[in-house]
Design a protein around this ligand. Structure first.
Ligand SMILES: [Zn+2]
Length: 295
């Protein structure tokens, strides 16, 4: 009983000789070690198998989750202000990433601010802010690594790619179906779907009519006419800008052909398929952009 994964043993004695575990390989290794099968992957079950206690408590708002260690006991604290089960799943998977990839490195990070917190005064911990858990690239390397781990853990690439290819439509409806199957958020599933896509496509999250986050497929990156910039204002005639403008209307989603130049600075007059959906709770618009093959 009580089988600990081999990586944990390596983490117990960190040092220059300890190889850095690559996040994607780390997630695959953990799924193999615990013989996890079946979709959706349940990160709470994985935590239980690793003897990591998961509990929920109200935390200050910028924080979604926290990895803690008290002596030899590890715990994941979830902010119970998070309402979506999918986001809770992602947060647990992200904290598992810190534990599994960099578990030996949180020692001594407790700060003076933790003094009011009785549990934290004798615990070492790693707190994760909401901005670090979005699934888009974080600025901090350790957060990027934990996100990459979480994405591969919850949506393992070989099976996710096959499931995406089986769906008849390309775009937000396929992403919605995959999010339901994998118990993942629409946004993190959209990023995964786009990055693994064999098509020329991108996903954009905009706020106040400005591009806030973006992710794209390899073929989008390789296409010289396709370039998206963060903080760029939305074209007023784009579907996304129209949905923002008509916020009071019932229409939540629309899909139509728009010139590629609405989104990318290019002289090309190619038509792009834009599918946008309002996310009212977040006050954001999620947009899937797809340049169909013309050859
Ligand atoms: Zn984190």
């Amino acid at each position: 009983m009580n089988q600990r994964p081999s990586r944990k043993n390596q983490i117990a004695k960190p040092g220059p000789a300890t190889p850095v575990l690559e996040p994607i390989e780390g997630a695959r290794q953990l799924l193999r070690e615990l013989n996890v099968q079946g979709i959706p992957i349940q990160p709470r079950k994985i935590a239980a198998q690793l003897q990591i206690v998961v509990w929920e408590r109200e935390m200050e708002t910028p924080y979604d989750g926290c990895l803690m260690r008290v002596g030899d006991t590890w715990g994941i604290l979830l902010n119970n202000l998070i309402q979506s089960q999918a986001r809770k799943n992602f947060t647990i998977a992200h904290e598992l990433g810190h534990y599994y990839l960099d578990g030996g490195q949180i020692e001594g990070q407790g700060s003076a601010a933790d003094k009011e917190d009785e549990a934290a005064t004798f615990a070492t911990q790693h707190r994760c802010q909401r901005e670090d858990l979005r699934g888009f690239d974080s600025h901090r390397l350790e957060e990027q690594r934990a996100n990459q781990f979480a994405v591969e853990l919850l949506m393992p690439s070989p099976i996710f790619r096959a499931d995406a290819a089986d769906l008849p439509k390309i775009g937000l409806s396929a992403i919605g179906a995959l999010a339901a199957r994998y118990s993942t958020s629409l946004t993190s599933t959209a990023i995964r779907y786009t990055r693994l896509s064999p098509h020329v496509c991108a996903i954009v999250l905009s706020e106040r009519r400005q591009i806030k986050y973006l992710a794209y497929s390899n073929r989008f990156r390789q296409n010289s006419d396709c370039y998206l910039a963060r903080n760029k204002p939305l074209h007023p005639d784009s579907v996304a800008a129209q949905l923002e403008k008509d916020r009071s209307k019932e229409v939540k989603e629309d899909r139509r052909k728009v010139p590629l130049s609405y989104w990318c600075s290019t002289p090309s007059d190619q038509a792009l398929i834009e599918q946008s959906r309002r996310l009212p709770r977040m006050n954001q618009v999620l947009t899937f952009l797809w340049l169909p093959d013309t050859s």
